[in-house]
Write a protein that binds this ligand. Structure first.
Ligand code: FES
Length: 173
């Protein structure tokens, strides 16, 4: 009985540490985060050559998830035909991608509502009602250009600074 109780306490202590840890991690991280200069200098290279139309990959940029997605012609057409007037954060696909690479959508994988990682980048994940990404935390639906179309998120998925350093490699940051 004594031993059981002790096991329980250990588990409870771990649980409490986990929860407490989460609560304090954020302020600590922001205080300890590298200065803007250091962050600004950090870049991520992503080889996009293996991404097939309709596929996406997840990478990491400045410690946050990054989605790189190659749109199918149908997804490009869908993004281009969607009425901007119906959008909360109106932007064209052209504005959100690079010239000559309008089918390559590079966004942060961070919901602009409260920061969850949306679904839709990995094989088999739901993509939401607009065929892009779906945030399961509170139901934000993003379209094939990563624009918010339904749900609480205030803005489109962020497009980070990036450039193509060759036809198959992008440098983010
Ligand atoms: Fe994505 Fe709330 S964090 S909908």
């Amino acid at each position: 009985d004594g031993i059981r109780r002790r096991d329980f306490l250990d588990v409870a202590a771990i649980g409490a540490a986990g929860v407490g840890g989460l609560a304090v991690v954020y302020p600590l991280v922001s205080q300890m985060a590298p200065s803007k200069d250091v962050l600004a200098a950090s870049t991520t290279e992503v080889d996009v050559s293996a991404i097939q139309p309709g596929q996406a990959i997840k990478a990491v940029f400045r410690k946050q998830p990054l989605f790189v997605r190659r749109l199918t012609p149908a997804e490009v057409a869908e993004a281009n035909s969607a009425p901007l007037s119906a959008m909360r954060d109106p932007q064209t696909l052209e504005e959100r991608t690079k010239e000559g690479h309008n089918d390559m959508l590079v966004t942060m994988g961070v919901c602009t509502h409260l920061g969850c990682v949306p679904l839709g980048a990995a094989e088999g994940e739901v993509k939401g009602e607009f065929g892009g990404y779906f945030c399961p935390c509170h139901g934000s639906h993003y379209d094939t250009a990563g624009r918010i179309r339904k749900g609480p998120a205030p803005t489109n998925l962020e497009v980070p600074e990036y450039e193509f350093t060759s036809d198959t490699v992008i440098q983010v940051g």
